[in-house]
Design a protein around this ligand. Structure first.
Ligand SMILES: Cc1cc2nc3c(=O)[nH]c(=O)nc-3n(C[C@H](O)[C@H](O)[C@H](O)COP(=O)(O)O)c2cc1C
Length: 178
């Protein structure tokens, strides 16, 4: 099982990044081989660079190869202004025409300090991934509200037992397809 992870936050001490780190450890414990795609340095999507005969920029080619090689993808992201962070949407836009998400199993986790858990961004990500004909695994989708109180301030480790078990179940459903 090759699991690729994508983060919608570029922040060094990202709360979503801490969740992603925990998810990676859980997936590794389940026997998955986990890799992370770097999306912060992708150029802005431009259809002129994506058409027939065009040579896509190297970081885009690398992203496409990474998604294409994965059995499943886990997206973990904050919500910005009730939407998907531009960096993440940009990465997904580069993957529309090339088709690597077709039938790819994918989970979507959003976390926020507010009680809503980034539910707008979560719904938008699921909608976009379904439009790209990815297989959104419902059990691997989570909105995590009040994230600030569920992580250790210093280490970023999860301190909330319910969140730990929800995240473990989400990761397991993605890494062990029925
Ligand atoms: C530009 C911006 C827009 C934001 N918009 C929302 C929002 O619409 N909904 C929400 O729940 N939180 C919003 N937040 C708060 C983020 O959820 C919070 O900063 C969170 O810690 C970001 O995730 P990270 O810790 O993984 O970087 C916003 C933050 C920023 C910087």
């Amino acid at each position: 099982m090759q699991l690729l992870t994508l983060s919608g936050s570029l922040r060094t001490r990202s709360t979503n990044g801490f969740l992603l780190h925990a998810a990676r450890l859980m997936a590794t414990a389940d026997g998955a081989e986990v890799t992370t795609a770097e999306i912060g340095t992708l150029p802005h999507f431009n259809p002129d660079l994506d058409g027939e005969g065009a040579t896509v920029p190297a970081p885009v080619a690398a992203l496409r190869e990474a998604v294409g090689a994965a059995d499943a993808v886990l997206v973990v992201s904050p919500e910005y202004a009730h939407g998907v962070p531009g960096t993440l949407k940009n990465a997904l836009d580069w993957l529309v025409s090339s088709g690597e998400f077709v039938s790819r199993r994918v989970g979507v986790i959003t976390a926020s300090p507010s009680s809503t858990g980034g539910d707008y961004a979560n719904a938008q990500l699921c909608e976009t991934l379904r439009m790209m004909t990815g297989t959104v695994v419902e059990e691997a989708c989570l909105t995590v509200g009040l994230i600030g109180g569920k992580l250790d301030r210093e280490t970023g480790e999860i301190t909330d037992d319910q969140l730990t078990s929800e995240l473990r179940a989400a990761v397991k459903s993605l890494t062990t397809p029925s």
